[in-house]
Design a protein around this ligand. Sequence first.
Ligand code: NZQ
Ligand code: ZN
Length: 380
Amino acid sequence: MMITTFYLPTKIIFGPGSSARLGTEAAKLGCKAILVTGRSSLRKTGILGRVVRDLENNGVGILIYDRVEPNPRASTVDEGARLVREGGIDLVIGIGGGSAMDAAKGIVIAGSGTRPIWHYIENKVEIKGSVPRLILVPTVAASGSEANNGAVITNWQTHEKCVFSSSHTYPRVSIVDPDLTLTLPVKPTMQGGVDIFCHLVEPYITAKNPAPLTDAIVEATLRLVVNYLPRTLAKPDDIYARSQLSWASTIACSPFTSLGGGDGAMTLHGIEHPLSGYYDIAHGDGLAALLPAWIRYTYPVRKDRFEALGSNVFGRPDGIAATEEWLEMIGMRLRLGELGIESGRIREMAACALKTAPWLKNHPNKLDIKTTARIYRDCY
Ligand code: NZQ
Ligand code: ZN
């Protein structure tokens, strides 16, 4: 049996109203913070005002950096990093969806170095010396960035959307307050739910060495998404349903899903990233469009896993039909054509996927430019 290492040096504070603890937690970690967030939602929802007052009341100085776009650009990270270097910042607080939290991770790295973030991503260079501490506060149940050290940054010149991680990008503290997700409209809520579903189903299906404890954790978390996302669609202010989605989000893309020794790879993610890298579509939309074709391509070599998915998650043996009907029910049965993807760039994106996602080689049947392009075409 493989040796598994479980490592997550993050204090996770979870629960409705827990964001009121941000000021006290921040005051323990730093004196001057940069607040990294998206361009409008935090201000519009009033969350920003509340957070700023709380930090000031706890004696933490603040610089607001509300410039992060969805699918965060390397250039946006570099601008934030410049503010860290010039502003004597010792604490980075990422508050928002996965885009803001990932940009905050990039700003920790580039803000401590002298080079643009892409240099560290491309050359996998670790930062030496001291780096600012990191606190993350998700306002979307989706990426799970709050419980891992990974970040996805886009180079808008090359359209490469790359995942990077560092020992410095584990948050010291993550505050997961489902109340903050109540203002999220239905569409990004559904996109986030599909993202969580894929974080779980991809390693579950592709696992070469499935393990009982890992399967139990993943199946239980999948049932949370499958049952509570439609409930949230029906009643968006249902805080109990939102809380189950927040738990699923925090677990799904974290080391918790490798407990028990199970393995597996996020190969659908590797195929999706060029879509949002080239066309700036929502990550969850790209995944939803690709999922049926990825399933059909993988089924011949993973029949048993799809039956287990059906029986243990949907309560019926045909996991494929159950997944497609679930996507239909939440309004996420999508096609690449309707998302604005140009068929003429499919081969180019397939090559980009192979370059930016080397873990595609861990897929149970061959993923090369030809088969990856076929998956894109199958859901065009
Ligand atoms: O940008 P603002 O103005 O903040 O508005 C956002 C954005 O338009 C809005 N929003 C966020 N919280 C809100 C809200 N609107 C109302 N009320 C709130 N409480 O929602 C929109 C989507 O936000 P975004 O951060 O882009 O969405 P998500 O959380 O789905 O993150 C997507 C990003 O995460 C990356 C994706 O690649 C993508 O760049 N991922 C990061 C991962 C990781 N670090 O582990 C793993 C994931 O697989 C994913 O790839
Ligand atoms: Zn994802």
